[in-house]
Ligand binder design. Structure first.
Ligand SMILES: O=S(=O)([O-])[S-]
Length: 119
């Protein structure tokens, strides 16, 4: 039987760490903040200081991105719109050696709904 996107996300969440928006806010100035949404979503509003690398090109671009060069061990908060894409992205990043990477549960939607700052 084929598995669904929800199955993939649930499996990824078994293998990664998730933090809530309050914990993400505490990390805002000390961690790398990675937005894996599409450029149009990023342009419409994002976490302060976030870097945008869409999930579709993440594996190919992260190594060459200035924010991540030589910083594979840097604590990084990954987010998307609702927490699904970021869970999958975090799983892949961990496989690629970005070991201090966590996913923000609820994504940008939860962040904005909490009244936290947006750029
Ligand atoms: O961004 S998402 O969680 O809707 S895939």
């Amino acid at each position: 039987m084929a598995i669904t996107a929800q199955d993939l996300v649930a499996a990824a969440k078994q293998q990664i760490s998730e933090i809530d928006v309050a914990a993400a806010r505490e990390r805002l100035t000390t961690n790398l903040i990675l937005d894996v949404r599409e450029p149009n979503e990023f342009a419409a509003g994002h976490l302060p200081g976030a870097v945008n690398i869409p999930r579709g090109v993440l594996e190919f671009q992260i190594g060459g991105h200035p924010a991540f060069q030589g910083r594979q061990q840097a604590p990084t908060v990954v987010y998307c719109q609702g927490g699904g894409r970021s869970a999958l992205a975090t799983q892949v990043l961990q496989q690629m050696g970005y070991s201090a990477t966590v996913s923000m549960a609820g994504g940008f939607k939860a962040w904005a709904e909490s009244g936290l700052p947006v750029e």
